[in-house]
Ligand binder design. Sequence first.
Ligand code: AMP
Length: 280
Amino acid sequence: MEIVRKVTDLKNRIRRWKKNGYIIGFVPTMGALHDGHLSLIRQARRETDKVVISIFVNPIQFGPKEDLTKYPRPFQQDIKLCRSVGADLIFYPSVKRMYPDDFKTCIDMDDLPNVLCGRSRQGHFRGVMTVVTKLFNLVEPDIAYFGQKDYQQVLIIKQMVKDMDMNLIIKIMPTVREKDGLAMSSRNKYLTPVLRNKATCLSQALLKAKQQIKEGEHSSKRIISEMKGIIRYVKEARIDYIGIVNRHNLQGIKQVKTGETLIALAVFIDKIRLIDNTLI
Ligand code: AMP
């Protein structure tokens, strides 16, 4: 497995692979890898000839009050994990190379970035779209893999790829969870053991919603009210949002429609903002 920091080295390697006709799979990450990331890498390993992982904590997707400087960066451990699942190359560019002082261009989109997580994280998806575009241009993948855990993110990326005629396929992989249901996230590392246990309120609220729907409840208002009840039971929890939306356009819906609905939520557990979602 190669570990590459310089864009010229990356480009040389990619050019040689392309010349040999290899299919390139790509998994963009911010590092602090866990089984969720590894499931994407494993899928890329199964489906493509050469697997590239990027590790880059993208400063422009963090708000001024967010955890950019604190974000975990266990690089040596990440290298081991990537090796263990058979990755071919880790690309870890410097911030200066990605955003030199004269950097001026950003990618933006109407509608999809302005709801759910976009409401409380102004500019977040603009930062995500910009870095993902740059990474796609550098790595030139045939297939890129994203997790359903960040559903809004992957929906936005799919839309961007379509709108901008980008020449690759986007694949979505299911959310990988801890045994007790908590969606794996690099941010779970911030939680104390007590708060870590309480963080299961997100997945429990989603389970409750699914159960209600199974029993015939379709009113978004009533489902959200039950979900709120479960989360408010945890005194350190503060709801950022709970959304029951159309899975294609992320607009709120009054009635749950099977096959069309996304239930998504963001909750602060103490100061740590966690997200989760489920498709109905
Ligand atoms: P991040 O490093 O948080 O930017 O995530 C990199 C990629 O891993 C994104 O496509 C995420 O959606 C995906 N990912 C993060 N957590 C999980 C998880 N628990 N299950 C599946 N994919 C995940």
